[in-house]
Ligand binder design. Structure first.
Ligand SMILES: *Cc1c(COP(=O)(O)O)cnc(C)c1O
Length: 386
């Protein structure tokens, strides 16, 4: 592939910092680079407490433990998301209840949540798709009215805001990802953001294998021991060192992505006007981080043709998600609230264009190829998504 779908970018100091971590003589978790990442994340998101994890998946699993879910408890979430949004809760015996997404942002439809609530509902887990915020005013009000926890899967949402407030600062808990396909990376990596102060102590314990080791190192207890459930969720200092260099440049990385996103968006306007594709829609109260540029094509056949033709032109594009409600595990462990027509249609029509820092010199080629492929393919009128 001459223009891959993703290419991890080095901002400069990553490898120096890794060498420093080694020179510090501390390569396991929670050394000085981890502390620097925690401080940067707390400053960036306004959360009370940030804790690095080895993935966003791990942070979601910690969130599910912190909610103390009992088997059969329900968590409302979209089906149009990555597997681990649901799997983290299923591991605790809870049941994901899928509701449909909005046709504009492809985020959970906040107006469907209330009707999906049952006596077993304990939490709402929202996903800020493509780094564009869910309608957090409506969602937080619904949660408050029914006494539900809110978890934000903000894997794609670093440095995005909703009404001026950073994503990850709304729910009781939020999870970030630093996977190599995200905006700020450490290969694999993540963080749990804890906004509910009552959950902070227990989060530290769960992350440290169920021990009170954190308190021991701060001199608050005289020995450390097994006090709760938990696992090893902390990344090594090698990862934290790499991540610290990226977090220090997070705004720079985001600005570069926004320029690329804006180029795609201006270019795709004529495609949209010609009825060849629909562009992303960003509500006026959301400032996004250019995590993703996608197009919605007419149908599955049009998308398959597009991805194959782009591949033949040496350009990597991808689709996602196989809706969780129609996956083998989803049918076993979860249930849907009614039909999910927008989820089903989106999953067949959406294609992501390559968007990575450094792609700028290839953008013309991507756009020219995409335009030629779309213009030469017979179209039909759009269905549910417009
Ligand atoms: C990337 C992603 C995850 C998983 O992140 P990892 O760090 O790979 O565990 C979870 N949810 C969403 C919405 C994601 O985009």
């Amino acid at each position: 592939m001459s223009i891959p779908f993703n290419r991890p970018y080095l901002v400069g100091k990553e490898l120096d910092y890794i060498a420093q971590a080694h020179a510090n003589g501390h390569l396991s978790g929670d050394g000085s680079f981890t502390k620097r990442c925690h401080a940067l994340l707390e400053q960036m998101t306004g959360t009370r407490k940030a804790l690095l994890t080895h993935s966003c998946t791990a942070a979601l699993e910690m969130a599910a433990m912190l909610l103390e879910l009992a088997p059969g408890d329900e968590v409302i979430m979209p089906s149009f998301t990555f597997v681990t949004t649901a799997n983290a809760f299923v591991l605790r015996g809870a049941v994901p209840v899928f509701v449909d997404i909005r046709p504009d942002t492809l985020n959970i439809d906040e107006n469907l949540i209330e009707a999906a609530i049952t006596p077993r509902t304990r939490a709402i887990c929202v996903v800020h798709y493509a780094g564009v915020s869910c309608d957090m005013n409506t969602i937080m009000a619904t949660a408050r009215r029914y006494g539900l926890f809110v978890v934000e899967d903000a894997a794609q949402g670093i440095l995005s805001t909703y009404e001026g407030k950073p994503l990850g600062s709304f729910g009781d808990l939020a999870a970030l990802s630093f996977h190599e396909t995200k905006n700020v990376i450490s290969g694999e990596g993540g963080a749990l953001l804890i906004n509910n102060p009552a959950m902070i102590d227990r989060a530290e314990i769960i992350r440290e294998k169920g021990t009170n080791r954190g308190k021991f190192f701060r001199g608050q207890v005289d020995k450390y021991t097994w006090v709760d459930i938990g696992s090893s969720f902390l990344p090594s200092e090698l990862i934290a060192a790499f991540l610290a260099a990226q977090l220090e440049q997070a705004e720079y990385l985001t600005r570069r992505r926004i320029d690329i996103w804006n180029s795609y968006h201006a270019w795709a306007k004529s495609l949209e006007e010609a009825g060849l594709a629909r562009r992303p829609i960003v509500p006026s109260d959301c400032v996004h981080n250019a995590h993703m540029y996608y197009l919605l094509l007419d149908n599955l056949e049009a998308r398959t043709h597009f991805i194959e033709s782009m591949k033949a032109a040496g350009i990597g594009t991808v689709f996602h998600y196989v809706p969780l409600h129609s996956s083998p595990a989803g049918t076993r462990f979860a249930r849907s609230f009614g039909e999910l027509p927008i989820t089903d249609a989106t999953s067949e029509r959406l294609v992501r264009l390559p968007l990575w820092v450094g792609i700028e010199e290839h953008l013309d080629q991507v756009m020219r190829s995409a335009q030629n492929i779309l213009a030469s393919y017979p179209t039909i009128q759009h269905s549910v998504l417009g």
